[in-house]
Design a protein around this ligand. Sequence first.
Ligand SMILES: [Zn+2]
Length: 185
Amino acid sequence: MAFVFNFYSTFTDFENDLSFYQKNNHCCFRIQSSDTVEKTNKRTKWQIPEDFKYSRCVFVCTHFGEHRYCGKGIKSNTKSSATGCKVFLHLAYDYALRGLVVRKQFLEHNHPTNPDTYVHELRNKRLTPGQRQELKEIVQLQPVNEKLLSLLRNKYGKVLSLKDVRHLKSQCEFHCGLATPSVDT
Ligand SMILES: [Zn+2]
């Protein structure tokens, strides 16, 4: 499946197509740069309906870019998955067609994309707010990491490593800590 020159009469149509593509091709995209409709409309008399959300948006593979470290040798979470992948989609509003068009694309990943790599994508590991809340309660019972790992896999279908579990656990403990005012409760 290719996106280029595909026309979308709503942003939701594009989002549906993208999410279908991601699931079927076992890859994830993130927004690299964008201009909102609101911002673009201020600059010109030609107005784009606001529900298009973006007048221009570049989506890149979550492995896009070179592996980088942020300050003090701490591995940056968002950059650590970078493999130098060049996959991108350039979506833009077309004033003549009155809809969104994918102007350019490159869809050849430089890394494996299969069901196994897909469950390991950071985005697919992320817990929903409801799951997080549940987890906080479970963590208070101080389960061993291996038990927590299999619970996350069996209950939520999240394939995490022991390192991920330790990280999640410390996040939960931090939020439950008495000394720290919890922001999200
Ligand atoms: Zn890629």
